[in-house]
Write a protein that binds this ligand. Structure first.
Ligand SMILES: [Zn+2]
Ligand SMILES: [Zn+2]
Length: 394
């Protein structure tokens, strides 16, 4: 029977289950091999990410605001090896990488789970039992999959600590207008998850020929009208570090909501910065990201054209842009995420892991809103009374 097995079937003599039918052995063997390969890749991924304390062997964790990792068990400190930061700011040629669809970039297999709630591809350790999506707080079920991804070249390491994120949240809640009085004190925050979120940045030079119309207002009173004259011209200019989210999950909203991101402070990617933190894998490819960057560039170019046309009003009939010197970077930025509960309702809140800027959902105090509305109406009423009591106001 074994002779019917395909040539790639392994030696079957070590099959631990002698009762299994030989007919199924090749399939079983293949599944076995796949599982072994997956486990090996998983181990490799996490051994790249895990650093053991030299004193006690416990896992080290990157210590925000420092250039080192700290042992949670014995508190000893291990510096992150210093590397040249030139690589962090290196601009990769877009077209050179596009030909092979990013084939020239360093890629790796990363084990991640896709959240059914928000679409994030989040990394989890194979041994983790509780897999809660840090973005949407939904339990993630299913098997982790190995996904190919481009290794980020640069990272903004966390500088804001876990406690710092907590303080930023309290300050933010305290400063909200029309928020319930006791919210900063009463809001119960879950643990803050530190997550590195993937972005693309694009540079390009643009050169645009356009045809349009310049509108000039002439005349006055009833004879007032706009005279249109056909114009054409050329505008050109550079774009630097146009930021695009490399994810389709909720983390895409952090790009603007938690901006600005201090991109000049990027450091060359080292796995030590990620020790103890989660990372989201990119789900938006290099090309798709550039298309999004061009949407932004087109809007800016349209502004340049309108300014170039001048006059009182402008119309753009057609335009053609040539892009050159297109380059890109793939980076990770740090975000603290939590969900807090207030009066039995849950709200999501995120904090920029560099600047402490907060973005979140929050409750409103109906009492305060009502009081403010009454106050406004009273003020308008008084103003209305004053106006109507002025004799010449009729
Ligand atoms: Zn230790
Ligand atoms: Zn999610």
């Amino acid at each position: 029977m074994a002779a019917t097995a395909p040539p790639d079937a392994p030696d079957q003599s070590d099959d631990p289950d002698p009762s299994a039918g030989t007919r199924f052995r090749p399939l079983r063997a293949r599944a076995e091999r796949r599982r072994a390969a997956k486990e090996e890749a998983e181990d490799e991924q996490w051994s790249r990410r895990q650093f053991a304390c030299a004193s006690c062997g416990a896992d080290l964790r990157f210590d925000p605001g420092t250039e080192s990792m700290r042992c949670g068990h014995c508190d000893s400190v291990t510096p992150v090896p210093h590397v040249d930061d030139a690589a962090a700011q290196f601009e990769n040629c877009y077209h050179a990488h596009l030909d092979a669809d990013t084939g020239a970039l360093t890629q790796e297999e990363a084990l991640s789970l896709n959240c059914q709630g928000c679409g994030a591809a989040v990394e989890f350790h194979p041994d983790e039992h509780s897999r809660i999506c840090p973005f949407c707080d939904v339990a993630i079920v299913g098997d982790a999959r190995l996904q190919r991804r481009i290794v980020p070249q640069a990272v903004l390491p966390f500088t804001l600590t876990h406690d710092g994120a907590h303080d930023a949240m309290r300050d933010w809640l305290k400063s909200r207008r029309f928020a319930p009085n006791d919210i900063a004190k009463e809001a119960e925050a879950d643990h803050f998850h530190g997550v590195y979120v993937p972005f693309w940045t694009y540079d390009a030079h643009s050169d645009t020929d356009y045809v349009g119309q310049r509108g000039t207002r002439v005349g006055s009173g009833k004879n007032r009208r706009t005279v249109w004259r056909k114009v054409s011209g050329n505008v050109k200019g550079p774009f630097d570090d146009v930021l695009v989210s490399a994810s389709r999950s909720v983390s895409a909203e952090f790009k603007d909501a938690l901006a600005p991101w201090p991109l000049r402070e990027l450091e060359t990617y080292q796995t030590e910065f990620l020790a103890g933190f989660r990372a989201e894998n990119h789900t938006v490819g290099l090309q798709e990201g550039f298309a999004k960057a061009q949407d932004y560039m087109r809007a800016v170019i349209a502004d340049w054209i309108r300014r170039d046309i001048g006059g009182h009003r402008q119309r753009i009939t057609s335009s053609r842009t040539r892009y050159s010197k297109e380059t890109f970077k793939h980076i990770l930025v740090p975000v603290w995420i939590t969900h807090y509960t207030f009066e039995n309702k849950t709200y999501r809140l995120s904090v920029n892991g560099r600047t402490g800027k907060v973005y979140g959902h929050r409750p409103f105090s109906m009492v305060k809103l009502f009081a403010a509305t009454i106050g406004l109406m009273a003020a308008l009423g008084v103003a209305g009374f004053m106006i109507s009591s002025v004799p010449w106001a009729g």
